[in-house]
Design a protein around this ligand. Structure first.
Ligand SMILES: [Zn+2]
Length: 242
């Protein structure tokens, strides 16, 4: 009797340990990253899309790529060739392709005609991403108390709406610079951080599952734009949504 009781306790303990072990795998393993990627809400919480991307690949799926285009304040005209190439790709495929356009209010205000031209593309399904109003990337943006982060987000949100853009839940930090405090602030406002793991201007390579960052405000190097257009023309995978 005593012996069977002992075995019962032992098997319960083994079961419990196994459960805890499996649970920790679930929380830290590829499944976790895949799950959070699905909702898009916490993919970049740990600011490690590289890991998420690798983990996604472990599932053996053909992931495709996500294209994000930043329209930071600029005095130059928009990168027409880039948008044309993406639109042509969509036309060739016979469907609108998702493109995440991250727009700063200061860009909008200076380029209303460019904005209208971008909105007019027939084969782009544009998701409009808040990229702050003034794009305060200098002067210690992260911890400078003079920069009102929440106002940067809200003012731009309303500004986007005033130009008839439907802001999505995504926010792109200027320069992809953020810290845990800023991420908490952002989350409290109900926005989701959109990072990138293939910032082309920094020479980061495109991999399957990458979130690509390229500038569409005329400030990208012509070589980067040319190379990316060449890449898109020959791309056989899927350009997908988050
Ligand atoms: Zn920017």
């Amino acid at each position: 009797m005593k012996k069977s009781f002992f075995f019962l306790i032992l098997s319960l303990l083994v079961f419990l340990l196994l459960f805890v072990f499996l649970e920790s795998l679930r929380l830290r393993g590829p499944e976790y990253h895949y799950r959070i990627n699905d909702s898009g809400s916490r993919l970049h919480r740990d600011n490690n899309p590289e890991i998420a991307s690798k983990a996604l690949r472990l599932k053996g799926e053909k992931l495709g790529i996500v294209i994000t285009i930043d329209l930071c304040p600029s005095s130059k005209p928009y990168e027409k060739k880039l948008f044309d190439a993406l639109d042509a790709w969509g036309m060739k495929k016979g469907k609108s392709i998702p493109v995440y356009v991250c727009v700063a209010g200061k860009w909008i205000g200076k380029h209303p005609a460019d904005l209208a031209a971008i909105k007019a593309y027939k084969h782009l399904k544009i998701v409009w991403v808040n990229h702050s109003y003034t794009h305060p990337v200098e002067n210690g943006f992260l911890d400078n108390p003079k920069i009102n982060f929440t106002s940067e987000v809200y003012v731009n949100y309303e500004y986007m709406q005033s130009y008839d853009l439907q802001p999505s839940k995504y926010f792109r930090f200027p320069g992809l610079v953020h810290n845990p405090e800023r991420l908490v602030q952002l989350q409290k406002m109900g926005f989701v951080n959109l990072d990138a793991d293939a910032w082309l201007g920094k020479g980061q390579p495109i991999k399957d599952g990458s979130i690509i960052l390229i500038h569409g405000n005329g400030n990208e190097s012509p070589l980067v734009v040319k190379e990316f257009i060449r890449f898109v023309k020959g791309y056989k995978g899927e350009i997908r949504s988050l």
